[in-house]
Design a protein around this ligand. Sequence first.
Ligand SMILES: [Zn+2]
Ligand SMILES: [Zn+2]
Length: 216
Amino acid sequence: MKIESMALGPVATNTYLVTSPDGKTCVVIDAPKGAAAALLPIIQQRGLKLTHLLITHGHWDHTCDAYHFAQAGASVIAHRDDEVLIEQIEKFRARYQSFLPMLTDDDFRAVKVTQWVDTGDSVDAAGYHFEVRHVPGHCPGSILLYVAEAKIAFTGDAIFEGSVGRTDLPNGNWPQLLKSIREQIYTLPDDTVLLPGHGGSTSVGQEKQTNPYARP
Ligand SMILES: [Zn+2]
Ligand SMILES: [Zn+2]
């Protein structure tokens, strides 16, 4: 699976560019500040068609540039429990700007979600079958995107290498996050590579053995 990643924006949020095996289409997973400026020229230079933006959850650091990818023709995919966060992002501008003063009003442009997805749904894009699992706890609308044939899961901020997503943000819920990790992430095959919203990759087996916050 051809996956390229960059950590962008004020809190180093990962964005992933997945290109189809035939080299014709691509999808972007999460849209931190700077992702559109970094990726859209690459996509254009390579003659790729960007079909989808997959949003793992509605926190600002993952959705800031969603508007620009939608403008470039991408269908926007997310979970409905984050509808307000994504489609009415301007409501949260003051709060984010209070602790990230480098953010401008232009960083809070609402985007219309094309398709809401939940556990059991899937998205066929870039030549792959992305299976959706709802993993709330860090954020109500958190999802992971599992590509079984490639043994890869894009997990957003549910779990990190040796850590888990914070649950002290509005609508965070620690028991719910632990349940999501145990029932939706630790039930994936141990050799599944996890590509999180921040930091480096890990695997299901590694986290089951060593994660100090989420024991199996
Ligand atoms: Zn988050
Ligand atoms: Zn994040």
